[in-house]
Each structure stands twice: as structure tokens, then as C-alpha cells.
Design a protein around this ligand. Structure first.
Ligand SMILES: Nc1ncnc2c1ncn2[C@@H]1O[C@H](COP(=O)(O)OP(=O)(O)OP(=O)(O)O)[C@@H](O)[C@H]1O
Ligand SMILES: [Mg+2]
Length: 284
């Protein structure tokens, strides 16, 4: 059991569980989580979103959702977006969007476990977890208890962001969570007048960082005023872009690759790989 004595919760009817994090605050984890989930849902998948940022929940605002949640005896019923994505968040437990959830670490970690195991997720192709910033209790609990298929990391081209995402990637590695890839967010912008793309923080650091950690570089998402407008309207799920399509394609490729690596370890040797049994001695 990687990472200690805690038991991983059973996966139930959820096929693939992916955490999205960065270590660093404000780089776009929640935005990227919601965008990837929405793109996967548009491709015909059943998708859930678990807001693991208990003290700083963002998904309800990005997706225009409100509580309270109900329970009809089969676990907590998640909220649903217009497109059918299922969402749970601590935001649904408080009345006002400005009321803080002031809880100590142990309560926060218990709620995350309940959000995974005590919610009526039904059958899901993908469950995405929006991780809080930092590398303390919450990521540790998630890594130890949630049966993650892997983690996607979000960074910006700034050196500080790169430094902190390394901490998060090291933590995931130490707890044997597959690194599914790195997304570089907000490194570029498009001039509204001439349409030319320019770099806000100098050269991209994502590809080199991904290579250093032997994980795929999933691509860049530019700063896009349309994206923040849709986030403000609570309709980030309707945002589309060619960059998002490419990042999602690469993530799916990375998942397949990560799975095939696990299968290579588990699959029995093919006949040609099996050692040749010693030939029977000739009959007298
Ligand atoms: N590509 C983008 N284009 C425009 N705005 C963006 C983009 N990515 C993120 N933002 C904006 O940047 C802000 C921070 O994004 P977000 O909340 O997703 O970051 P976060 O890493 O989840 O933050 P926290 O650490 O607080 O959870 C938000 O206002 C979001 O709308
Ligand atoms: Mg966030």
C-alpha cells in the first residue's frame, strides 16, 4: 500500500479517477479541471467533478451550481450541470457563496473521503478532482485514500510556479501516483487588434519541466478573456478552443500509455517470451 497504513477506497463504478493539481495557488487548477471535464463530457463520456479544495471551493462558481445537496438513501446526490456533469463541493454545504468553511485538517480530510465514497456517483467514465494548493494534509489524504489513476499538473511559465509544481510532482511520485502530464497555463495571450500571439512571462518552461519528470507535456492554454467571461457567467463548461482539444487528446493518450505500462507489468509473458522448457530426453 503506497504511502502508509490508510486503505484506498474502492473505485465502485468509476472507471478513471484523475486529480488535477499544481502545488502553487492561482495557476488555473480549478479552471483546467473544469475545462478538461467539460471536454471529456462533450465527447460523450459520463463525468464527475469532486471539489477537493474544501476551504477554497471554485467549481460551483465556474459551473453556476448551488446547494444544498440531497440524500435519498443511496448516498449524497451530486449537483448536475446542464450538460449532465455531476459535481460535489463543500460550497454546497454553506448557505452563502461568501461564507467560509473554517474547518481543521482532520475534518477536511474526512469530508474528501465522504465525497469520494459517500456520493451517489453512479457509473462514471471519468471523475476529476480539483486539488487545493499546497502539499499538506489534503493532497496526502487524496493520494493515500482515493484510487487515483494519475495526476495532471498545471503550471505557468514563471520560475516560482515551476519550482512549486516540482514539489507537487515529487510528492505524487513518492506516493506512486502516475504523472499523466503537465499543462502550461496563461503563458501566452492573443492581441485583440492584430491577433498575434505573444508570451507574457518569457519563454515556455513546460516542455523542459515535463521532460525532467519524464511525463508528457500536454500543451499550453493561453490567457483568454472569453474564458474568464464564461467563468464569471458560471458557464465555463461551454468554453471550447483548439488548444483545449489538443490538451485533452494528449491526456487521453497519456492515460492509455500509463495503463499499458501497468498492463505490461501484470500481463503474463507471451509464449515467445516464456523460457523454452527443457526438451524431453530421447526414449530409449
Ligand atoms: N487560461 C486562462 N485565461 C483567462 N483566465 C484564466 C485562465 N486560467 C485561469 N484563469 C483565471 O485565473 C484565476 C485563477 O484560476 P483558478 O481559480 O482556476 O486557479 P487555481 O489554481 O485553481 O487557484 P487556487 O489555488 O486558488 O485554487 C481565475 O480568475 C481564472 O478565471
Ligand atoms: Mg482552485
Amino acid at each position: 500500500m503506497p504511502g502508509g497504513a490508510l486503505q484506498r477506497l474502492p473505485k465502485g463504478n468509476v472507471s478513471t479517477v484523475i486529480a488535477v493539481g499544481s502545488g502553487k495557488g492561482g495557476v488555473g487548477k480549478s479552471t483546467v479541471t473544469a475545462l478538461l471535464a467539460s471536454e471529456l463530457a462533450r465527447r460523450g463520456n459520463s463525468v464527475g467533478l469532486l471539489d477537493a479544495d474544501i476551504t477554497g471551493p471554485s467549481l460551483p462558481k465556474l459551473l453556476g451550481l448551488h446547494g444544498p445537496l440531497s440524500d435519498h438513501g443511496e448516498g449524497i446526490e451530486p449537483a448536475r450541470t446542464e450538460g449532465g456533469m455531476k459535481v460535489v463541493s463543500s460550497q454546497f454545504l454553506v448557505e452563502e457563496s461568501t461564507t467560509p468553511v473554517i474547518w481543521r485538517g482532520p475534518l477536511v480530510t474526512r469530508l474528501i473521503m465522504q465525497f469520494f465514497g459517500g456520493v451517489n456517483w453512479g457509473t462514471l467514465d471519468y471523475l476529476l478532482l480539483d486539488m487545493p494548493p499546497g502539499t499538506s494534509d489534503v493532497p496526502l489524504t487524496v493520494f493515500q485514500t482515493v484510487p487515483l489513476d494519475g495526476m495532471v499538473f498545471v503550471t505557468t511559465p514563471q520560475e516560482l510556479s515551476g519550482l512549486i509544481v516540482k514539489k507537487a510532482m515529487n510528492m505524487a511520485r513518492e506516493l506512486r501516483i502516475p504523472l499523466l502530464g503537465l499543462v502550461e497555463n496563461m503563458g501566452t495571450a492573443r492581441c485583440p487588434h492584430c491577433g498575434e500571439t505573444f508570451r507574457l512571462y518569457g519563454p515556455s518552461r513546460g516542455p523542459a519541466l515535463a521532460e525532467e519528470y519524464d511525463t508528457p507535456f500536454l500543451g499550453e492554454l493561453p490567457v483568454d478573456p472569453k474564458m474568464s467571461e464564461m467563468a464569471d457567467l458560471g458557464r465555463i463548461d461551454t468554453y471550447r478552443s483548439s488548444e483545449l482539444t489538443a490538451v485533452t487528446d494528449r491526456l487521453l493518450g497519456s492515460l492509455t500509455e500509463a495503463r499499458s505500462r501497468t498492463l505490461t507489468v501484470l500481463r503474463p509473458a507471451a509464449p515467445e517470451e516464456r523460457p523454452t522448457p527443457p526438451s524431453a530426453p530421447p526414449r530409449p
